[in-house]
Design a protein around this ligand. Sequence first.
Ligand code: GLA
Length: 377
Amino acid sequence: MVVGKTFDLIVRSPGRINLIGEHIDYNGGHVLPAAIKQNIIIGFKKRKGTICYISSKAKGSFKFNLDKPLKPKSNNDWSNYILGVIHGILKLRPKQLNAFDCKIESNLPIGSGISSSAALECGIVFGLNKLFALNLSNIEQIKIAQKAEHDFVGTKCGIMDQFAVMMGEEKKFILLNCETLEYKLIDAEINPFKIILINTNVEHNLAASQYNFRRKECEEAMRVIRLKHPDFYNLAEVPIEVIKTFENELDGLVFKRATYVAEEEKRTKDASKFMQNGELIKFGELMYASHEGLSTKYDVSCPELDFLVNYSKKYDSVIGARMMGGGFGGCTINLIHEDFVNYFTNSITKAYKNHFDLELSILKTEISKGVSLIKSF
Ligand code: GLA
């Protein structure tokens, strides 16, 4: 266990959910995420010399030398998340990092779309910032974490996950403009509904390659649109009426992706108004519409996720459900009436088992604050 005095400081770094606004962060759109109570705990201790030792209960251990150039390891090694962060810190704060030990414990399911990777990256940069008084701003830390994922892990992710993990606040959703990074905190007043994550426990290996490919498709849409409309800077700001005028000029799939982006951006803005007005039923309808778009236009869902969302639609007490995160597996996020949670989760677990011969995991979650110091000694 990561406990007390053996460490100089202990950090808690949460996972994140996203209510709506999927796959539009890297298109400069709006998203509505929040940090959650499920988290990673990381203990840090300074040590002499230049060798750093990292150990994780679930993933094993590795070491590296701060005096040698850091490069990503092959085969999606988990160490890349950490090496990428260290690399980013050394670039911004050369020579200010000294050797340390670090021990990691997590209750975040990996590959389930709740961003265990951003939790790890942000937890590491946050802890080292404190341990060595590096004076990095929140935004610098967020960008170091994101760049680690781009350059060392190879996923050209947007900024939503790292932002939510770093900036999350208790009982608040974050309406984030991913272009300007301006944000507004919205009260998470969702009574009598609960946020339930349902993990398909599948992770299709398309996830990483298709993610980067979607990003390319969106860039292609933007390239063609800007030939006629050079004032548009990112895809999410192009209204659907304009996108429609490009039906014959864009490749069929690229046109579908662009349509999804414009529609999801509008849904997210509308949904955040509904949330602020307490119109939760309307909010939930947009979650279902978001899933439909992700499944049929953006093509990032999978049979297991579609099954769960379709099953939920049969029950009025589930006011909204959709896949969450990158897709091709992982979790759905559901807004379920509190009196119905147990009945529904039991019944969907059985139905899923019958259909796929697979077990579901149910994660009841709450909104929590972002990465924080539990203790420094
Ligand atoms: C992953 C990425 C995010 C975002 C989501 C999809 O979680 O890390 O940047 O693009 O997928 O919304």
